[in-house]
Design a binder for this molecule. Structure first.
Ligand code: NAD
Ligand code: UDP
Length: 328
């Protein structure tokens, strides 16, 4: 049985990847420190003989007994509100955490796939974004802690690949959504759906003319899975090119949830990218991959998931408390 380590296993994408690798017949070691994740996302795997969990902060030295064949590094805060609240942890998990995982992959002769992001393109001046675009990132702005950690992550990964011959893969993930996102993580889909469920107005930031392109989690996991088993070491965009303005998206959610809330406008966060759409030509050619789930279908599945949560989860609208993770 091939063994895979998945960091960020208690998070949204990490938990879906654990499920996929187990379903494909792998032995999965999940690792997480729960800083933005939730035990509940992997509680269904607790008694699975092909799953084990290690609570660990990947910015500290990582020790795994025995062989290891694959590593997926998905640990990192991913919501702008999260990484603005825990900026140092975000920088450390992208840099020190990635360094530790590269060292582990080198020692075990394992293949490592890292979760990069469309944020490496910053507020992009090239549209749609192709992998050859170098990006437009404000290094010292508040989002820089995430963007630059991810850019460094790509650089150190390529250096280990070139200098040490470590087998590496880099996925540039564009906005992905689905069940197991944290309802209070501040990202636009949980934010709007939580507001719809609580009967609150939907908060559109800025004039709502900024765009995003949303990919359903099953499509994202399929793309990542294919990339892991490809022989391509340079970055690959995985996302859904169906682009929409945030204002139109809020209206779509009001219709979908059959609610009568209004849209209210709030200040646009600093350096919020004005446009984002993946060019997925490379993924199509290389992996024979393209998204299959239409936004309406994916949103409905996601809304049904949020609806199934307890009132306690729904009204826990205050953002996650990070205080116990912050060293003074
Ligand atoms: P998430 O917050 O749900 O999951 C991240 C997980 O990593 C959490 O469970 C958290 O507790 C864990 N973690 C964070 N720091 C850690 C540390 N130092 N040690 C151990 N565990 C740690 O976020 P997500 O949406 O699942 O994102 C997963 C990965 O995918 C991240 O690397 C993110 O940058 C990347 N990504 C996600 C998206 C998206 O749209 N979901 C887009 C681009 C990139
Ligand atoms: N956004 C919004 N209202 C919210 C949350 C987010 O209008 O309550 C906007 C945000 O400003 C951004 C887009 O929705 O333009 C996507 O935000 P998200 O936090 O999901 O992720 P990003 O793509 O910015 O990383």
């Amino acid at each position: 049985m091939k063994k895979v380590l998945i960091t960020g296993a208690a998070g949204f994408l990490g938990s879906h990847l654990c499920d996929r690798f187990i379903a494909e017949g792998f032995y999965v070691i999940g690792m997480d420190n729960f800083i933005t994740g939730d035990k509940k996302n992997i509680s269904h795997l607790e008694n699975n003989a092909n799953f084990e969990f290690i609570k660990h902060d990947v910015t500290e030295f990582i020790s795994i007994e025995g062989d290891l064949d694959y590593v997926l590094h998905f640990a990192s805060p991913a919501s702008p509100i999260d990484y603005l609240k825990i900026p140092i942890q975000t920088l450390k998990v992208g840099s020190l955490g990635t360094h530790n995982l590269l060292g582990l992959a080198k020692a075990k002769n394992a293949r490592l796939l890292i979760a990069s992001t469309s944020e490496v393109y910053g507020d992009p001046l090239v549209h749609p974004q192709t992998e050859s675009y170098y990006g437009n990132v404000n290094t010292i702005g508040p989002r820089g802690v995430y963007d630059e950690a991810k850019r460094f992550q790509e650089s150190i990964t390529m250096a280990y690949h070139r200098f040490h011959g470590v087998e590496t893969r880099i996925v540039r993930i564009f906005n992905t959504y689905g069940p197991r996102m944290r309802l209070n993580d501040g990202r636009v889909i949980p934010a709007f759906m939580g507001q719809a469920l609580r009967g609150e107005d939907l908060t559109v930031f800025g004039d709502g003319m900024q765009t995003r392109s949303f990919c359903y989690v099953d499509d994202q996991v399929e793309g990542i899975f294919r990339l892991m088993f490809s022989d391509y070491a340079n970055p690959v965009n995985i996302g859904n090119p169906n682009e929409i303005t945030i204002k139109d998206f809020a209206e779509e959610i009001i219709k979908l949830t059959n609610t009568s809330q209004k849209i209210i406008y709030k200040e646009l966060p600093v350096d919020d990218p004005l446009q984002r759409q993946p060019d997925i030509t490379l993924a199509k050619k290389l992996l024979g991959w393209q998204p299959k789930v239409e936004r309406e279908e994916g949103m409905l599945k996601t809304f049904n998931y949020f609806k199934s949560l307890s009132d306690e989860d729904l009204y826990k609208s205050e953002h996650k408390d990070f205080s116990k993770h912050i060293k003074k």
